[in-house]
Ligand binder design. Sequence first.
Ligand SMILES: N[C@@H](CCC(=O)N[C@@H](CS)C(=O)NCC(=O)O)C(=O)O
Length: 206
Amino acid sequence: MIKLWGRNNSVNVQKVVWCLEELGLLYERIDAGGAFGIVKTSEYSALNPNRLVPAMEQDGMVFWESNSIVRYLCARYSSGVLWLEDPLSRAVGDRWSDWQATNFTPATMPAFWNLVRTPEAQRDADAVKRSCAASNERLEMLDTHLASHPFVGGEAFGFADIILGPAVHRWLHMPVQQQPYPHIRRWYPTISSRPASKNALFLPIT
Ligand SMILES: N[C@@H](CCC(=O)N[C@@H](CS)C(=O)NCC(=O)O)C(=O)O
């Protein structure tokens, strides 16, 4: 059976949980990271030397980097459905997946940490303001993309929706001034109504 290490309030763990559920794979999730600790132990470092969650183990092989894990699972178990075989068709979803990890989520982190994980008296209001502006700028880009594509990767639900879903879900539930984003708000209910998203998305933002 697949073993997945990671606390379920991490967006990077949530995307792997969603993917495993979408594919109907049996797995065991072990709480790790944050208040659960574990990530700094030598046993865990042997699994993921970054000492971050998630880490996944299957048949003696260890995987880390959440987007790579989702890509691996979809390529192995959902070729032609969640994973497009044609590299040109797949490139759109790939691009937005990397954008989530390297661009969108880093923009959101100061607002998230201050507003959700920091006591009010210690919050940095300027950092929150800058992070909101940067996040909204990125979401405008995604909104424009979704204006002409039903899903992140194109015409059908795929691995890139799973990768972007938890991060966008988190932002849409943040205690910040929300912008309209009409195309994101058309896309989000479509993906979040999938039964497999339940254990990934329907959790309090913590
Ligand atoms: N690029 C990595 C980032 C992993 C990451 O930053 N994980 C965070 C949680 S989202 C973490 O492990 N933080 C330390 C902790 O939870 O103890 C991935 O996508 O897997």
